[in-house]
Design a protein around this ligand. Structure first.
Ligand SMILES: *Cc1c(COP(=O)(O)O)cnc(C)c1O
Length: 379
């Protein structure tokens, strides 16, 4: 039997010919033709004030943390059920991550728990759009405004998802995207910082260019370039940007394909609604992920074993950050972690990738049905 991996990096069309063109341009470092084309694509398509390509979403989050200008000992509110970079970007600045529980329906930061976690040291809220499903942004922005906080959207999984018609990543002061090979649109490693507030655009360019005013210099706005601020190297090479641009050209197609895969799972697993909870996505989200919530950790382990025996590779997800060694050392909880602790043990992600066939989806769904039907017969 042919193995079905969890994820499979793909090429959709012009990736290699655009890389060849980038080489022919004779400019392989950052901010050449393709980086600019990608930045403009995000600005036009998503409607953000300014987009800056980075080498990763981790890099974009680090830039956002610097731009928030927070001091050691200040606090940032974020979910515990997220990737380490959401917290690390701030911990690198000496900031304390305060973890708040998630909503049971979307697994996103529970907006109703945020205010109780705010202290006099809170400066930033970081909503993570898990699985590309939007957080309650109206409520989060309203809380942020009332308490004078900044909002950094971790939209790593959320490219082309929307919230009330607005692209995710364009609602907070900053949005951070990822093009890691496990995301919808890929460039191997890659990311972007979306800046939605003009107070931050100039400094963002400087931080991304090693703390220099090189971007202004190239635009002819200053006559020499020099060290003006803290910063690091957050630019991707033109080779990466060229690959990414080839995927952006066909982004809608990629997203539709993934949405269709998710819809097929939902249809084929509908008869198991008594045995498991299937992900409930709507047309606002980008088909990034398809997950199941099982009734217990034991069932999840048994189902993984059952599927692996048939060369199907599902995976669970985050170890909640508040219970990880570094999370305990650097952060603290700002609410009960009841939902996070419970759901993180029962969630299982099914394979979703661009080249997935209808036969592969059917094989996975059949295997899951067999598992539950034989379990019922044993009971
Ligand atoms: C993938 C991911 C990141 C990190 O993205 P990189 O591009 O690999 O740095 C951060 N946050 C979330 C929620 C992610 O899913």
């Amino acid at each position: 039997m042919k193995p079905i991996p969890f994820n499979k990096p793909f090429i959709i069309g012009r990736e290699l010919s655009l890389i060849a063109d980038a080489v022919a341009q004779g400019h392989l470092s950052g901010d050449g033709k393709y980086t600019k084309l990608c930045n403009r694509w995000f600005e036009d398509k998503l409607g953000c004030l300014k987009a800056l390509l980075t080498h990763s979403c981790t890099g974009a989050l680090e830039m956002a943390a610097i731009l928030c200008d927070i001091q050691p000992g200040d606090e940032v509110i974020l979910p515990s059920y997220t990737f380490v970079s959401t917290a690390n970007a701030f911990v690198l600045r000496g900031v304390i991550p305060v973890f708040v529980d998630i909503r049971p329906d979307t697994l996103n930061l529970d907006e109703n728990l945020i205010e109780a976690a705010i202290t006099s040291r809170t400066r930033v809220i970081v909503p993570v759009h898990y699985a590309g499903v939007p957080c309650e942004m109206d409520r989060i922005m309203e809380i942020a405004e009332r308490h004078n906080l900044l909002v950094v959207e971790d939209a790593a999984q959320a490219l082309l998802s929307t919230y009330k018609g607005r692209a995710l990543g364009t609602i907070g002061h900053f949005g951070c995207l990822s093009f890691h090979e496990t995301k919808n649109i890929i460039s191997g490693e890659g990311g972007a910082l979306l800046i939605n507030d003009e107070r931050f655009t100039e400094r963002a360019e400087v931080i991304r260019e090693k703390g220099t005013n090189r971007s202004q210099f190239f635009r002819g706005e200053v006559d020499k370039y020099t060290w003006v601020d803290i910063g690091s190297s957050y630019l991707p090479s033109e080779l990466v940007s060229a690959f990414l641009y080839a995927q952006l050209e066909r982004a809608d197609e990629i997203i539709n394909k993934r949405r269709n895969i998710c819809t097929a799972y939902t249809k084929q697993l509908a008869t198991l609604s008594a045995d498991l909870r299937i992900a409930n996505f709507d047309e606002d989200s980008n088909g990034h992920m398809y997950y199941l919530i099982l009734d217990s950790l034991t069932t999840r382990s048994q189902l993984i074993t059952h599927l692996k025996a048939q060369f199907i590779h599902p995976v669970f997800h985050y170890v909640p950050l508040h219970s990880s060694p570094a999370g305990r050392r650097y952060g603290r909880t700002g609410s009960s972690m009841k939902i996070t602790d419970d759901l993180s043990e029962r969630l299982l992600r099914l394979p979703v990738y661009y080249e997935m066939s209808a036969e592969e989806i059917a094989r996975i769904c059949d295997a899951i049905r067999v598992f539950f039907i034989s379990n019922r017969n044993l009971a």
